[in-house]
Design a binder for this molecule. Structure first.
Ligand code: BES
Ligand code: ZN
Ligand code: ZN
Length: 489
């Protein structure tokens, strides 16, 4: 799909369909809507009076063969109330509108009226929304797949302003990275395992000139990554530890930024086996890893002038005669010993070694992304991700990035009281505490391996999959855009 900016007039743009967002109650738009109404011989007023047209966010109305326009169809798109207008609503209206018409045989789509009041970020968000709408998630259907006929989207503007072209390019890169994460997360456990995830990372690295190193189990043993190896033991699939490097500032001696993603390609719970129902969505327990991979792709494409390292511990968590048992004590890379009382709390184990590895790179800060706890899902549902941080400045940086990305977070506590929950009588710490406050207890466990390095932990367990698409759970790619915005700032 080709997306570009064109300077021109909305009524003379030649395309299969022209989309125009209209507000419910907008005084500023009155002049434009009355011109539009005239060009349509009063059809807009008529549609309003019969209540066929309502400007509810994302709702569309298709007008066939509008005579006085060069477009084959005019698509009115509801933009909601003017007072609710922000980049998030632009992203959402484009996502919904393109989602509804992508199956119509329109090859060339034009859009007019984006960013009238506002700036580059609206265009970026509009493009992100359009690109995100083209991925359906029905990858393995052999019949009735949702099609996308759109080959080209033109953003029509009256006058060109500096920065818009760049914003459109950025939106495309971020939208595509989001879809890459979604496609990977959607892959079932029989299609993606730690080795194939590493293979995918290698292909991405080749394509986008990232440096890559993939550690196999012997190398991980040499580095004493006892926690990752312990989780992987129950599966016939060996663990991999993926290190991706973007050298955007090769000459500078600035410290790198480290991004860590939980890569459990399938989480059965291990011997602390999950129920069949909670196991259903566990192919998505690699979402953190996929988000980091996709963010690294976007970072390379945007040529961000920073040194950024992506770390992915990849394992499959299965029960077997070799599996980790409840009560086992493992020695992590940092030397901290861990009593594993629940083999289903495996994410924090593999992250322990990854965070320790990251710390040794002496970064400016680290961010980890993980589908870590059911407790976070209970707390925040699938609307917001949990955010934990030991550093005000980095936490604010993340929240500012989230304003741009439209991905919402909610900061949860990391008080010392939660640390008591993971005290062990046999080892340095144990991997689970009591039932209550589980998201903070897990975060506290991770903090042990970060020590005082500035760090954010993003618990995306609730938001990695969403309810869109007729109640089916489809991956969202949540986190990709926030990570990229954060390292860009
Ligand atoms: N992968 C799960 C967390 C999860 C739950 C992700 C629901 C997405 C949706 C994680 O490995 C896990 O099982 N955590 C346990 C920890 C518990 C044993 C302390 C949990 O949250 O139940
Ligand atoms: Zn688990
Ligand atoms: Zn898990």
């Amino acid at each position: 799909m080709n997306i570009r900016l064109v300077k021109g007039t909305w009524d003379s743009i030649e395309c299969d369909a022209l989309m125009i967002p209209l507000f419910e109650d907008d005084k500023d738009q009155e002049e434009f809507t009355s011109t539009l109404d005239q060009k349509l011989d009063g059809l807009l007023s008529e549609l309003k009076s019969t209540k066929e047209w309502k400007a509810k966010l994302g709702r569309i109305s298709v007008i066939h063969r509008p005579d006085q326009l060069a477009a084959g169809r005019l698509i009115l798109v509801g933009a909601g109330k003017r007072k609710d207008d922000n980049t998030q609503s632009v992203r959402s209206l484009m996502m919904q509108a393109v989602g509804q018409v992508k199956g119509y045989n329109f090859k060339r789509l034009a859009v007019y009226g984006i960013g009238q009041a506002d700036s580059d970020l609206s265009f970026q968000a509009a493009v992100e929304g359009a690109v995100i709408a083209t991925y359906e998630g029905d990858d393995y259907k052999t019949t009735d797949r949702a099609l996308n006929f759109i080959e080209e989207i033109l953003f029509v503007v009256d006058k060109e302003t500096a920065g818009v072209e760049e914003a459109i390019k950025r939106g495309e890169i971020l939208g595509e990275a989001t879809n890459l994460a979604r496609r990977l997360i959607n892959e079932p456990g029989n299609r993606v395992n730690p080795s194939s995830l590493a293979q995918t990372a290698t292909e991405l690295a080749d394509k986008y000139s990232l440096e890559i190193e993939v550690l196999g189990e012997p190398e991980m043993e040499k580095r004493e990554m006892g926690a990752v190896l312990a989780v992987a033991r129950g599966s016939d699939e060996p663990a991999r530890f993926i290190v991706l490097r973007h050298r955007g500032a090769p000459e500078s001696d600035a410290k790198p930024i480290v991004l860590v993603g939980k890569g459990v390609t399938f989480d059965s719970g291990g011997l602390s086996l999950k129920s069949p129902q909670s196991m259903e969505r566990m192919k998505s327990d690699k979402a953190g890893a996929c988000v980091v991979l996709a963010a690294m792709q976007a970072i390379a494409q945007l040529q961000i002038k920073r040194n950024i390292v992506g770390l992915i511990p990849a394992v499959e968590n299965l029960p077997s005669g070799r599996a980790l048992r409840p009560g086992d004590v493992v020695r992590s890379m940092s030397g901290t010993t861990i009593e594993v009382l629940n083999t289903d709390a495996e994410g924090r184990l593999i992250l322990a070694d990854a965070l320790c590895y990251g710390r040794q790179l002496e970064p400016e800060y680290m961010v980890d992304v993980a589908t870590l706890t059911g407790a976070c899902v209970i707390a925040l549902g699938d609307f917001r991700a949990g955010l934990f941080s030991n550093n005000e400045e980095i936490c604010q940086k993340l929240l500012q990035a989230s304003e741009r990305s439209g991905e919402k977070f909610w900061r949860l506590p990391l008080d010392d009281e939660y640390r008591k929950e993971i005290e062990s009588s046999i080892a340095d710490i144990k991997n689970v505490g009591g039932r209550w406050g589980g998201a903070s207890i897990a975060a506290k466990f991770l903090e042990e391996f970060v020590e005082d390095l500035p760090w954010c932990h993003l618990d995306i367990a609730g938001v990695a999959l969403s309810k869109e698409n007729q109640g089916f759970k489809t991956p969202t790619g949540f986190g990709v855009r926030t990570l990229v915005e954060m390292v860009s700032s």
